[in-house]
Design a protein around this ligand. Sequence first.
Ligand code: DGY
Length: 323
Amino acid sequence: MSEKVIVAREIPDAGLRILREAGHEVITLSDASQPPPSHGDLFSALPGAAALLTTVTEKIDAGVLGAAGRRLRIVSNMAVGYDNIDVEAATQRGITVTNTPGVLDETTADTAFMLLLAAARRLGEGERLLRAGEWHAWGPKQLVGPDVWGKTLGIVGLGRIGEAVARRARGFGMKILYHARSEKPGAEAELQAERSELEDLLRDSDFVSIHTPLNEGTRHLIGARELSLMGESAVLVNTSRGPVVDEAALADALAEGTIFAAGLDVYEEEPKVHPKLMELDNVVLAPHIGSASIETRDKMASVAAENVVAALRGETPPNAVNS
Ligand code: DGY
């Protein structure tokens, strides 16, 4: 049976094809060149829809879910994180929420490692200097930063993405510490990773990479106190969710040289970036591109679409987070 599927943002064709081949009427609210749909756009498009396919830019709260009416059966988020969705409100209305785990781990780990290398070796600063026509000669003390190879990497949240980062780090001869709620015997055996309390990890690591989901327990997990435990040559990388790090405290730590540098892909109030961070040279700022490879975005769109098709067939979708 053909149902109305609202797709909030233009997604790769791989996903649209799956929805159309299943016979559904697909309405895309904003194309690639447009900003994300507003709350108002969602309110007017949703009545009568059976499915809503979202991305991290849409805040799906009880109001939006209520506006949808009784036909809405699934909110399928094209992301592994789903902190943009009020899952409890969805559950109360009998709406399934799904995500896209497992297909973006390696790509996001590449991004984390790219930021780690770029922040340590001052790539952004060097490129800005060169483009400004201010690179006059090779310099013995110019743009030097700490080595990455052979150092200690602390991973906060050793899930699939954290493990993929650890595998990359092992290729650089790094020692791995991790902080996680449960012990990870597989990673300990495969990657010689050592479990650590958060404070010890911050003290003992040269590089810290955050891979924990955002929830009330992890909001501002890294604040002024935690940053003060890191060393003056330490580098912080965040590719998880912005609010896990207190951005103002991080800006202060970077400005005061409490830590050496940071590499960020996510921010507390995207797309806004703390103005102080924008002025600092020792932070590499990426616009939430952790999963932005062609192949991975195709896979994410396909998984999100498959979740929709399954739910509209009356099945439990493969990636339900609230069933
Ligand atoms: C996710 O999947 O949660 C990312 O942040 C979007 O790529």
